[in-house]
Design a protein around this ligand. Structure first.
Ligand SMILES: CC(C)(COP(=O)(O)OP(=O)(O)OC[C@H]1O[C@@H](n2cnc3c(N)ncnc32)[C@H](O)[C@@H]1OP(=O)(O)O)[C@@H](O)C(=O)NCCC(=O)NCCSC(=O)CC(=O)O
Length: 471
């Protein structure tokens, strides 16, 4: 019997940027030296996303694939460095992404007879391993690392297809990676329909000039030195560092928190905090109560309950702030690269598991967000490289956050409508929760994606649903 989960690779092709006019050449550089923000992620696991598209009418695989290929080539014309590779030659003080004529992006075309509806349904759990054949690996060696790689998988029995994206985190943060995929989608949607559609709207035009990134504290040489000593002295390796492997029975789940539930949580936390201030248990009169702070806090609390670790150790969380608008003067919103800063949050386990757990967690996250304004975005950054790479390899539970409900990821329409589901596949190794705005377009609803051992996922689902009911 044929293995229904198996994927047949039809073709692994190389897609080169479409040749540009001389004016475009002056706008899009061929080389991008990595900035201090990029360097932090040099040895980090690639960010993999999987977009599922249901097609209402029957479709021709060849037409679909040729449109996706042609539009990728045009999109790469605007983002030419993405077709290149990161290297760190001995003569170069720092790693650099360089495009040379002939470089191209790897695009795998595959066919699957797996159950498309099961894989693309947001209501059921999917085994983590079921997604593995749908996302290609980013070619990375000690000497050379590709910036991006893609896979298109068609499901002829399910009337649908998926696009798997693998992106190097030292080249693209969430904002940039979304900008690129939306640009590809924009061009694909307009290809053959509107001749002017291959030009990009302003918000999707990448801004590459690295001179806007300042390093007054001289962090770059510190990061470079730390990276070279991550595993052995004088090591210029570009290989992904050791991440924990996900449990064999890991499952993926998506949980939605609605706008009214978010508002109720904000209200609850606000009342509780006011009581604590009155009882002098807390001094802050202006907690940062946002969709982000309550969503992360609620997920964190539910996870701590579901995982039931018998330990006195604190619970840990970390997240990134987009710094583009936080600098003075701000960086352009379409700055392409990494412009995110990390914040770690530590909370007392008993407090998080207690009656006021949500308030405790919101308060810690709130403090961390506010510290970016009060202490400066780059405060403590000298320790980010060792802390990040120790955290990802440690057996200690560390809740990270990938994606953002601000990215509008469900607006990524290649011409066959909005995706039925988008997942951040790589959270299975980073242990992060993923955030996105709700697929159904209900303003303010948020989707939280998680990968957990099966019994923890079942426990999480029940704690999560019960907590929302009790609001
Ligand atoms: C640090 C933050 C998470 C904190 O978010 P908060 O929402 O709590 O705080 P904030 O100050 O930004 O916004 C507070 C309130 O202002 C309003 N507001 C401000 N800016 C807004 C915007 N651009 N769009 C919509 N609303 C906005 C909202 O009403 C919000 O409240 P309310 O929400 O209640 O209405 C965020 O500022 C941020 O930087 N987000 C982006 C993080 C990011 O880039 N992550 C990806 C990392 S890379 C990665 O993970 C890889 C990958 O994804 O590929």
């Amino acid at each position: 019997m044929a293995d229904l989960n198996s994927v047949r690779v039809i073709e692994v092709c190389k897609v080169a940027p479409q040749p540009s006019s001389p004016e475009d050449y002056s706008v899009t550089p061929d080389a991008l030296p990595l900035t201090l923000f990029d360097l932090l992620w040099l040895r980090f696991a690639p960010v993999q996303r999987l977009f599922f598209y249901q097609i209402s009418n029957s479709f021709e695989t060849t037409t679909l694939v040729s449109k996706l290929k042609a539009s990728l080539s045009i999109a790469l014309q605007h983002f030419r460095p993405l077709a290149g590779n990161i290297t760190w030659p001995q003569h170069s003080p720092k790693p650099v992404l360089t495009y040379v004529q002939g470089d191209a992006v790897s695009l795998t075309i595959a066919e699957s007879h797996a159950d498309f509806h099961h894989l693309s349904n947001r209501s059921n759990f999917v085994e983590a391993k079921e997604y593995h054949p749908l996302v290609s690996q980013l070619p990375i060696s000690h000497e050379k690392a590709a910036a991006v790689a893609f896979q298109v998988t068609v499901f002829p029995n399910g009337n649908g297809f998926s696009i798997g994206t693998s992106m190097h985190h030292a080249i693209l943060d969430g904002k940039s990676s979304t900008m690129f995929v939306k640009s590809w989608a924009h061009i694909c949607r307009h290809l053959g329909v509107d001749p002017s559609g291959t030009a990009l709207p302003d918000q999707l035009k990448p801004f590459f000039d690295r001179r806007v990134v300042q390093d007054p504290a001289g962090l770059e040489p510190i990061f470079l030195n730390q990276l070279q000593n991550l595993d052995g002295p004088n090591n210029r390796s570009l290989m992904v560092t050791q991440f924990k492997s996900p449990p064999a029975d890991a499952v993926r789940g998506i949980f939605v928190i609605t706008r009214p539930e978010i508002e109720a949580m904000k209200q609850w936390a606000s009342t509780k905090m006011a009581e604590m201030i009155k009882n002098e248990k807390q001094s802050d009169h202006h907690p940062h109560l946002s969709t982000f702070s309550v969503t992360c806090a609620y997920t964190w609390v539910c996870l701590a309950k579901a995982e039931e670790k018998q330990s006195d150790k604190p619970v840990l969380m970390a997240f990134s702030l987009d710094c583009r608008s936080r600098f003075d003067p701000p960086l352009p919103a379409n700055y392409f690269g990494n412009c995110i800063a990390g914040r770690a949050v530590v909370a007392d386990r008993k407090g998080v598991l207690g009656e006021d757990g949500l308030t405790v967690a919101v308060n810690e996250i709130s403090e961390a967000i506010k510290s970016a304004d009060s202490d400066g975005i780059l405060n403590g950054a000298e320790t980010w490289v060792p802390k990040l790479y120790t955290a990802v390899s440690s057996e200690e539970r560390f809740m990270g956050v990938a994606g953002s409900p601000r990215f509008g990821i469900y607006d990524t329409d290649f011409g066959w409508g909005r995706p039925s589901k988008v997942e951040v596949v790589s959270i299975e190794v980073t242990g992060a929760m993923s955030l996105a705005e709700s697929r159904d377009g209900i303003a303010g609803d948020v989707e939280v994606g998680l990968v957990l051992e099966k019994h923890h996922m079942q426990a999480f689902a029940s704690v999560f649903a019960k907590g929302l009911q009790d609001l």
